[in-house]
Design a protein around this ligand. Structure first.
Ligand SMILES: [Zn+2]
Ligand SMILES: [Zn+2]
Length: 283
């Protein structure tokens, strides 16, 4: 049984439930270690991350909940931090706050010019993503996707976050190969090159089960064919829900655990008393 989840949103950002509701759902689901990880505020206008003015309250509330539920669950304070392809970097606000966190998740969600408000998103709608590719990549999805995987690799090498968020988020709006075909050699090469870079670090790749709950048919991030490639490279994993509701707190964990064991994995990363330890799968 999977006993942890470090990718948990709340109504501090685009999650639907309060931090406390998410914690109680985690306890109910039998989790013994859980990370809260709202979206770090962004340096441009948007409607899905935390406001900068809420950061202090967020830290205070997580500290309060850690103590309140300390007998039932280990809680950790994190944030999902954005890396910007056009800047090859994270925001100054992220850098300033990293030291306050128990752990970090780093992800890429944006396409376009993050120094202005001229930003599009990989994961908002298919149309918005397509517009971003049209505007900044001359309507060539392949050019963007290659850039995306290079940037993921650079982000992990430069910052070595505890967890890499949703490795192949770019497949979210790709039904019937709208943007690309995962079977194309250029696509596979981009992913493999990225995994080779990640394997030089200690960063955990998250097996993100929440994708399918939000867009049925997407499956997990990363795609099934990538898991044996991770295993071959001895890349450590953690299992997370990218939970935006209480029902997503352990969504699809059981099936995912079986699949990971079929791929050869025997353990996953879990925070225990503040340190990452490997927890056996299937127990
Ligand atoms: Zn994300
Ligand atoms: Zn997330």
């Amino acid at each position: 049984m999977i006993r942890s989840n470090y990718h948990v949103h709340s109504n501090y950002c685009d999650g639907k439930n309060s931090l406390e509701e998410m914690v109680l759902a985690g306890i109910d689901a039998g989790l013994t270690s859980m990370g809260l990880s709202s979206h770090m505020p962004l340096p441009f206008k948007n409607d899905w991350t935390m406001r900068e003015s809420s950061l202090d309250n967020y830290f205070k509330e997580v500290t309060y909940l850690k103590e309140k539920y300390s007998l039932s669950i280990e809680l950790y304070c994190g944030l999902e931090i954005d890396y910007f392809i056009d800047q090859n970097d994270i925001s100054p606000l992220s850098k300033k706050n990293i030291s306050k966190l128990d752990f970090t998740i780093m992800s890429i969600h944006t396409i376009g010019s993050t120094r202005s408000d001229n930003v599009y998103y990989i994961d908002e709608t298919q149309n918005n993503f397509a517009q971003g590719i049209k505007k900044f990549y001359k309507n060539k999805p392949r050019d963007f996707i290659e850039d995306y995987y290079h940037s993921i690799a650079q982000m992990v090498l430069d910052y070595q976050p505890d967890i890499l968020g949703h490795l192949d988020l770019i497949k979210k709006f790709n039904p019937e190969h709208f943007f690309f075909d995962e079977k194309d050699n250029w696509y596979k090469d981009s992913v493999i090159e990225c995994l080779d870079a990640i394997s030089e670090t200690g960063t955990l790749v998250e097996i993100n089960t929440g994708a399918n709950l939000r867009v049925p048919g997407v499956g997990r991030y990363p795609s099934d064919w990538i898991i044996p490639e991770l295993f071959k490279r001895k890349i450590p994993i953690t299992i997370s829900g990218d939970s935006h509701t209480v029902t997503g707190i352990n969504y699809d964990f059981s099936k995912t655990e079986i699949f990971l064991m079929d791929c050869g994995y025997k353990e996953y990363g879990m925070l225990k008393k503040g340190r990452w330890e490997m927890q056996p799968l299937g127990i």
